[in-house]
Design a protein around this ligand. Sequence first.
Ligand code: PA5
Length: 418
Amino acid sequence: MGIVIDLSRAESYLGEDELREARGRAAAICRALYEKEDKDRVLGWRTEETSVLQLKQIKEKAAEIRREADVFVIVGVGGSNQAARGVIEALPRPKGPKIVYLGNTLSPYTIRRTLEGMEGKSVYINVIAKNFETLEPGSHFRILRQWMGSRYSKEEMARRIVVTGTRGSRLEEIAEKEGYLFLEFPLSVGGRYSAFTPVGLFPIAAAGLDVDEYLAGMAAALKDCREHGEDNPAVRYALVRQLLYGRGYDIEMMVSFEPRYGFFTKWWVQLFGESEGKDKKGIFPAASVYSEDLHSIGQYMQEGRRNLTETFVSVKEPGASVTVESCPEYGDGFDYLDGMDFGDINRAAEKATLEAHARGGVPCIRFEADRVSERSFGELYYYFMVACAVSGELMGVNPFDQEGVEEYKRSMFAALGK
Ligand code: PA5
């Protein structure tokens, strides 16, 4: 069935004429994106050349890791690890190595605890770094190489280290010199658009998840975006959030009643925050997990300043069933739930919340996937990446650069004496 979008509770804030005009503009931006892609291959994010050709290599190494590792360390930050983490942390995984993350913090406590957790275990690592200058992944790679160097022979280390970097980078030089498997991070792709390159594919495969299904989801969304320029979830979402932004709705909260989407929403925050927050413009992206956060941020959503849009990410099939059995002798006051399944309770709570917030003056958007699966992740990631590119262009910013991040990196390097 694919991803379904419901914009009715957001479009009601907008006029028919402005919607029609914006639809035309957004569809033209989407079309131009694909024309540029066909001519200059600017959207490296769908590359058959780099990712699919490497798929065989990716699957073979992933199978070895699944056979031989107790711990698989994914080293990367920002766009270099968020997409894979979003999928890996949401889906049930077949038996295999424990997956841990490094290269995404400067906390000595976290680094030490992670290293301690690796002691006595068979460890494989994947270092993902586009230009290999970023402090966190670069410094952690040093620490991990030292850690491995005192436990494995040079040959053994070479088998256990996979690096994902750009051609011509220092990381590639190191890989060549030391004999590490090198996977290509396409030069034309920014980290946050790298979900379908080896950056996302390799860790997802090593986690034992189905990359073919994931790519099939991407292909379906890609076809939809190419063929239905004006009427696909990406373009429709992008133009509505931009029209709302023009009316002062400059915060967007992505929420889900499914905690499994926690890292997916973090990915979304990164994608939109880094792509749109520039030139003193931008919709501030935030994320919350309901129902827990209804007991904190829910108050603000209902009655706070009316400058917020709320985007729900929902799933039809909850993936498990837990029924509330009748126990009248307990006298706990919850008999009204007797016989109900938590799938229904969660769905009812989501519907009620959405309606309450909409009544409270929050434009609400809702995406729904049929299941939390590799396929639906492929679709969601692709739609949101296109949406982000279109939305940034509508706003008049370049959604593909991140000068602000480079600026703080320079400042941090100066502080550390680089
Ligand atoms: O989207 C981006 O470009 C950034 O979030 C990068 O992914 C992040 O800064 C990490 O960069 P690198 O892979 O070069 O270490």
